[in-house]
Design a protein. Structure first.
Length: 273
């Protein structure tokens, strides 16, 4: 049942942190190749911290939601400056890193350091709601349930098994016929409406990507990989109307991903230290 994913065979805490940030909003299959390349280019927090943000943004291409790249770059600098270059070991310290929320902190503490903390992602959320509770769970209840299920030893393996169960069988459209929990699953035994979609930690369907401003943001960043570009040329190359380009460019500048100088734009952060 265990999936063969490259970061599952790499115990370095930095490798775990990078994979978890990439997996926050991108599907597993789309993360494999960028993660591998990213780790080659930035094998340590220090390598990432020393690089200009523009290089990290280029390495992030194809993953979407590039604010995560900026946050990860910030996390690398915090690790370098405040934690002596070592990814922190406990949840409270991990949460001081930019872009690291409860889920990511718990995942790194568990998978990198074997801490006895539950990892509650969308996969685990579905399994808890369906197999255990057969009802939609509030966040506090899902957290408690996930934590009490943890075995005394082997918490990381248990967390990974729950994630794999949700990813392979207890998907949004569940594959109950092949599921190892089929005989004991509460929802399968008792029936009723699916409790997962409204349950804690379970992600909601996203708006279509094609044609969205999210997609256009990615296209702008891709275009700026080659260097600064005048706005008129950028708008023309993108083939979109000026008003829409303005909205997207303003949002990228506001997020600190793109810098505007006069009438030209460039990737932010050519500020290696
Ligand atoms: S039997 Fe179906 S609903 Fe229950 S845990 Fe397995 S996949 Fe999910």
């Amino acid at each position: 049942m265990r999936r063969d994913l490259p970061w599952l065979n790499d115990p370095r805490p930095w490798a775990v942190l990078v994979s978890e940030v990439m997996l926050q909003q991108t599907s597993t299959s789309r993360v494999i190749q960028p993660w591998t390349k990213f780790m080659e280019q930035f094998p340590t927090p220090d390598a990432c911290a020393t690089a200009p943000l523009a290089h990290v943004l280029v390495a992030w291409s194809g993953l979407g939601y590039p604010r995560r790249a900026k946050a990860l770059h910030g996390a690398a600098r915090t690790i370098r400056d405040e934690f002596d270059g070592q990814v922190p070991r406990n949840v409270d310290e991990l949460r001081r890193l930019p872009g690291v929320g409860e889920y990511t902190a718990n995942a790194v503490a568990s998978f990198a350091y074997g801490r006895h903390v539950a990892v509650l992602d969308t996969n685990v959320g579905r399994v808890l709601a369906r197999a255990l509770a057969n009802e939609s769970l509030r966040t506090s209840d899902a957290r408690i349930l996930a934590q009490v299920l943890l075995p005394r030893s082997g918490a990381a393996e248990f967390n990974q098994a729950m994630i794999d169960l949700g990813a392979q069988f207890c998907r949004a459209a569940p594959r109950c016929e092949q599921c190892p929990l089929a005989r004991s699953c509460a929802w399968r035994r008792h029936g009723g409406s699916d409790p997962a979609p409204r349950s804690a930690a379970v992600s909601r369907p996203q708006a279509p990507f094609a044609g969205s401003n999210r997609q256009l943001r990615g296209r702008v960043l891709h275009a700026l990989r080659e260097g600064p570009r005048a706005k008129t040329r950028l708008v023309s190359d993108l083939g979109v109307d000026k008003a829409r380009a303005d909205v997207v460019l303003e949002s990228l500048v506001r997020d600190g991903l793109v810098t505007k100088v006069s009438r030209a734009y460039s990737l932010s952060g050519d500020d290696s230290r």
